[in-house]
Design a protein around this ligand. Structure first.
Ligand SMILES: Cc1cc2nc3c(=O)[nH]c(=O)nc-3n(C[C@H](O)[C@H](O)[C@H](O)COP(=O)(O)O)c2cc1C
Ligand code: SF4
Ligand code: SF4
Length: 286
């Protein structure tokens, strides 16, 4: 089979999983091309038998740039697709929404894989509960997933339709109850305002090249960050080698602290189900 794996990744978790899945696919004698999402819109999906799309979870679902990518795909009528994701404590409805939108384009979702990954957001403690993930076990599982996914596609083609994946919407949890809290307007209100300090900025373009939605133009006279289209991933600020993107995290840091205990509760449940292994002392994450 000829497989195309497309992924979005900022801090490397999803990229790691994408590459291991690729290894698994190649191990079984299939062809596999792997590509970052920013370069993927030039690809002709007709050249591939199977498409994989991977993403981090942002705000309990797939990030807005991934949503836009899927929205712009031309209809593919019946092409097989698998989805994968890395996340901190809460994968949320990532697979539900991805599969819903991909199905509208004509894809059949034949598999999914997710892994915990070291979650690092500026307003949370440096070491978070999912540190050291993906771990060896998750990497091994990702490899197996890659090894098996082409066989699953063939079996579905041969009539084994019960292998097709279906995802339920989760809407009865504290994080799902009020999706309006996560509109761009609310994110804009609650996010620290980023400001470029021109005395520090060397115009290295790292922030501009890595903005997932290309909204940064650092070379204009008074560069602005978080313009129209910004998805509040906060990656530009994290990346700037000069500390030239200035932000005051105090308010959001205080507000987010309330979530830490909720993450522990969710991860303890996942531990009991054998889905999560902690490598840090939760008590020290405050
Ligand atoms: C803006 C933002 C929002 C996030 N929202 C969630 C979330 O809702 N649930 C979760 O479990 N992790 C969340 N995370 C953590 C990422 O999903 C996690 O670190 C992921 O592995 C990052 O993937 P990457 O390393 O491929 O960039 C968020 C991270 C960022 C930067
Ligand atoms: S990453 Fe920092 S130094 Fe580089 S262009 Fe952006 S703001 Fe300037
Ligand atoms: S936070 Fe920065 S990197 Fe992220 S979308 Fe907005 S401008 Fe781009």
């Amino acid at each position: 089979m000829n497989v195309l794996v497309i992924y979005f990744s900022q801090t490397g978790g999803t990229e790691k999983i994408a590459k291991i899945i690729e290894q698994g696919i190649l191990t079984r004698g299939n062809k596999c091309e792997i590509i970052k999402i920013k370069s993927a819109n030039t690809k002709d999906f007709n050249e591939f038998d199977l498409i994989g799309i991977g993403t981090p979870t942002f705000f309990y679902r797939e990030p807005r740039n991934v949503r836009a990518f899927i929205r712009n795909i031309k209809s593919v009528l019946g092409k097989h697709c698998f989805i994968f994701c890395t996340h901190g404590s809460i994968i949320g409805n990532t697979f539900y929404y991805m599969s819903k939108e991909l199905s509208k384009k004509g894809f059949i979702i034949i598999g999914s894989f997710d892994s915990y990954s070291n979650s690092s957001i500026q307003f949370y403690p440096k070491i978070m509960h999912t540190a050291k993930h993906p771990d060896e076990i998750e990497l091994e599982e990702a490899k197996k997933f890659g090894e098996n996914i082409c066989d699953i596609s063939l079996r579905i083609q041969n009539g084994n339709l019960n292998l097709i994946q279906k995802f339920e919407l989760t809407d009865n949890t504290w994080w799902a109850r009020n999706p309006k809290l996560l509109t761009l307007e609310r994110l804009r209100e609650n996010s620290p305002k980023f400001k470029v300090n021109l005395d520090k900025c060397t115009e290295c373009l790292i922030c501009q090249d890595n903005c997932p939605v290309n909204t940064i133009d650092i070379e204009i006279d008074h560069p602005e960050i978080q313009k129209e289209g910004c998805i509040f991933c906060w990656y530009c600020e994290k990346l700037c080698p000069e500390g030239a993107i200035e932000a005051d995290w105090t308010i959001i840091r205080k507000a987010a602290r309330g979530n830490l205990g909720r993450y522990v509760k969710i991860l303890k449940e996942a531990e009991i189900q054998g889905k999560f292994r902690p490598y840090v002392d939760y008590e020290k994450i405050i």
